[in-house]
Design a protein around this ligand. Structure first.
Ligand code: FES
Length: 164
């Protein structure tokens, strides 16, 4: 999935920092905010299908063939670990390149909202639409001040191993 619908509202300085024509398109989209006001739905990130991942100690192993939503560069998927809300651990996985997967705790560090991935800009955006993070987890734009927690990942044949 490649989402180009979300308006990226950043300051002029941040805009230049992010740079590139694709960012310009997203920035321009902010002008027509009403057309993009439902960007969370348009950028919906699916949950990994049941049975496509398992936990083994401090690792989560995702079958890339079963979770085939990650078959395309630019795709993202959510995982939920744990059975109750108190112990639930949420992870977002992003395929940012052919052989590059990034995994993060799926919680904005400002107030815990879920994240979305904007592949054109290669940024993660908070559900609230306010905070942005780069693919290292660093804050690009607040109010979040703390970086996302990235998990180490490596691919072993058709499985993605996430160290949690
Ligand atoms: S929870 Fe993300 S900006 Fe507030």
């Amino acid at each position: 999935m490649e989402c180009n619908k979300a308006p990226l509202r950043v300051s002029r300085r941040e805009f230049i920092k992010l740079s590139g024509a694709t960012v310009f398109c997203a920035y321009a989209g902010a002008v027509g905010l009403s057309a993009c006001s439902n960007w969370q739905a348009e950028c919906n990130i699916p949950h990994a299908p049941g049975g496509s991942y398992r936990r083994e100690g401090d690792k989560v192993i995702v079958s890339l063939t079963a979770a085939n939503v990650l078959r395309e560069v630019g795709a993202a998927v959510r995982l939920r670990l744990g059975h109750d809300k108190d112990s639930e651990q949420r992870i977002i996985i992003v395929r940012s390149n052919v052989d590059t997967y990034r995994a993060f705790a799926d919680r904005c560090t400002h107030n815990g909202k879920e994240l979305y991935y904007l592949h054109e800009e290669k940024v993660l955006r908070c559900y609230s639409g306010r905070s942005y993070f780069d693919l290292e987890g660093r804050v690009i734009k607040g109010p979040a001040e703390i970086a996302l927690h990235p998990f180490q990942t490596h691919q072993a044949e058709d499985e993605l191993v996430i160290e949690i």
